[in-house]
Design a protein around this ligand. Structure first.
Ligand SMILES: NC(=O)c1ccc[n+]([C@@H]2O[C@H](COP(=O)([O-])OP(=O)(O)OC[C@H]3O[C@@H](n4cnc5c(N)ncnc54)[C@H](O)[C@@H]3O)[C@@H](O)[C@H]2O)c1
Ligand SMILES: NC(=O)c1ccc[n+]([C@@H]2O[C@H](COP(=O)([O-])OP(=O)(O)OC[C@H]3O[C@@H](n4cnc5c(N)ncnc54)[C@H](O)[C@@H]3O)[C@@H](O)[C@H]2O)c1
Lengths: 208, 208
């Protein structure tokens, strides 16, 4: 089992490698990956050896298709993962229809909500159940990951409800930081960090 | 002007520092920040010296309030930034109502769309203009950043339209990678990387 920080860097390596493959590149050296990601080449080589990546070819570097295969394997993205979205408002609906998930083997199975106007309907051909139907639906469809797009006031209580039902992985899109015990994994997404990077450049009026 | 990679790390430092301040901590050493972020302490110290941060106190470390003030200054987040959202569908509406932006001095001024049913209405008290009204609206409200939440098919053309109107900073939430020339800054956000981190943990059935 590798540290959380290596997993963090692993998704960065994978994303950049996928971009390079799309651009038609075949190999890469660790110092080139350093230029693209900003992660020191020594850290990259250390990570690769911990992750079990074979040494790169002295003349050509690492083969990109090989790297992607190894990383997909480690990240467990080869298996299809069933996910459910909780809180089918604006953001929840956008995620129910997002094609980016299916392409990476994430199947959005259904949604959960408490609003009578929404429960029992379908969005993008996926059913929306009432929150209190979750116990049997999670088992029936083998759902292991919950995406939270509920109003901030109910984030903690909805998280606890699904934790008690055995869910151990959450993608939290609400602005509330969830206090969690051990044995659960929460990934928080916040759109303001990318915006702050933009303001740095606009503020200094600089080009790339 | 610092490198893109340092700006990338800067937003990570700032986010972690804000969390620590919220938890009531007052100082931090670079080796503690390394444990939290995974960024080597040598890189942290080098970044801090490039960013003009005063050396930490030998016994106590760096003062967190001081660090946040310096980083806010550098990132230009002290000034209010006017932004507009283009494509007021599910995702666009979620962003029009997102409280996380106002808290960090980002003012969502308005939206742009082409759908007659949406143009001329308001969402969360903010007006939605037709795309062809952008030339005068951007100037009138001093808008410097555009958030793209349009369908993938039109990402490139809408990007080009705003680039030609002088916009140099874009937050791209569509799955299309925009080919951009120099002198423009695009931040791409993709929800599948955080999901891939989750699958690593669920797959290995490990606790934090
Ligand atoms: N991370 C980001 O960058 C970002 C961006 C936009 C919005 N958000 C956040 O996403 C969340 C949703 O935003 P929105 O614009 O879609 O809001 P919304 O009000 O349109 O949708 C909320 C939905 O949650 C449902 N709901 C309420 N209580 C519930 C409960 N106990 N169990 C299940 N469902 C429940 C409501 O019925 C509604 O359908 C908010 O917390 C918002 O702050 C985050
Ligand atoms: N980054 C992510 O993780 C993520 C998540 C969900 C959705 N998305 C993406 O966000 C985008 C929007 O998703 P959605 O569910 O809100 O779609 P949607 O169809 O609900 O909304 C699209 C809106 O764009 C408008 N539009 C179409 N052409 C336009 C043009 N030329 N100029 C201005 N407006 C135009 C439409 O009228 C509509 O209001 C899609 O590209 C989707 O793939 C990304």
């Amino acid at each position: 089992i590798v540290s959380k920080k290596i997993v963090e860097r692993l998704t960065i390596y994978k994303r950049e490698i996928e971009k390079l493959i799309k651009e038609g590149k075949e190999t890469i050296f660790s110092y080139e990956l350093e230029k693209i990601t900003g992660i020191p080449a020594t850290t990259i080589r250390k990570d690769f050896s911990i992750l079990g990546v074979k040494l790169g070819h002295v003349k050509y570097g690492y083969n990109l298709i090989y790297l992607k295969r190894v990383f997909d394997e480690i990240l467990g993205v080869k298996k299809p993962w069933n996910i459910a979205i909780v809180g089918i408002g604006n953001l929840g609906r956008a995620l129910m229809g997002y094609t980016g998930f299916e392409k990476r083997n994430f199947n959005v199975i259904c949604g959960f909500d408490i609003d009578e106007k929404v429960v029992g309907t379908k969005y993008n051909n996926k059913p929306i159940f009432h929150l209190n139907e979750a116990p049997q639906i999670l088992k029936e469809y083998d759902i292991h990951i919950i995406v939270l797009t509920v109003p901030s006031e109910v984030t903690e209580s909805v998280f606890k409800y699904f934790y008690d039902l055995g869910i151990r992985a959450f993608l939290n899109l609400t602005p509330v930081i969830i206090n969690c015990s051990s044995c659960v994994y929460v990934e928080n997404v916040d759109l303001t960090s990318p915006l702050e990077k933009l303001t740095y450049y606009v503020d200094k009026n600089i080009c790339n």
